[in-house]
Design a protein. Structure first.
Length: 160
């Protein structure tokens, strides 16, 4: 049975000028990747970050948007990738790809399209329970992706 793919992105702030600061995504084999994103100059990184965003850390340790976009397309090409739909993941992914004048080779879909029998509130409750049980921090995009992988695994076991 194929493994569902998930993605989560952390924004620099909740404001209109937000930009992506970190992204995590899962692979078909269940592994996940997580990288900090080097801010593009067009995002005005110093002006559009909340107090929680360490812009200098992004400049020191982030990967270029072009490298990330290339890796995302290599890893996810032709797949549907699910997002929790709580944040501005779609907008942030668009900003990331626009900074390189590229398009994603994969589709984003809300997690409700994967779990058709469940309302978003149910899915989020399950995700939160998994996170609490496994000590995952849902403010970290890698942990959000992990929690969704665990929920999908549990749901598929119940369907068998």
């Amino acid at each position: 049975m194929p493994t569902a793919l998930f993605l989560d992105i952390i924004p620099s702030s909740p404001d209109d000028g937000m930009y992506p600061t970190e992204i995590a995504w899962s692979l078909e084999d269940g592994q996940l990747k997580s990288v900090l994103i080097l801010p593009d100059d067009d995002w005005e990184p110093w002006d559009n970050a909340s107090y929680e965003t360490d812009v200098q850390h992004l400049f020191d340790h982030g990967e270029t948007p072009a490298d990330i976009v290339s890796e995302l397309n290599d890893d996810l090409s032709g797949h549907t990738v699910f997002i929790d739909g709580l944040d501005d993941d779609t907008k942030l992914l668009e900003l990331l790809f626009e900074s390189c004048n590229q398009e994603p080779d994969f589709e984003l879909a809300p997690v409700t399209e994967l779990f058709l029998d469940d309302k978003l509130e149910t899915i989020l409750r399950l995700r939160n329970e998994v996170a609490a049980t496994r000590g995952l921090d849902l403010h970290q995009c890698a942990d959000t992706v992990k929690s969704l992988i665990f929920v999908a695994s549990e749901r598929s076991k119940k369907e068998l």
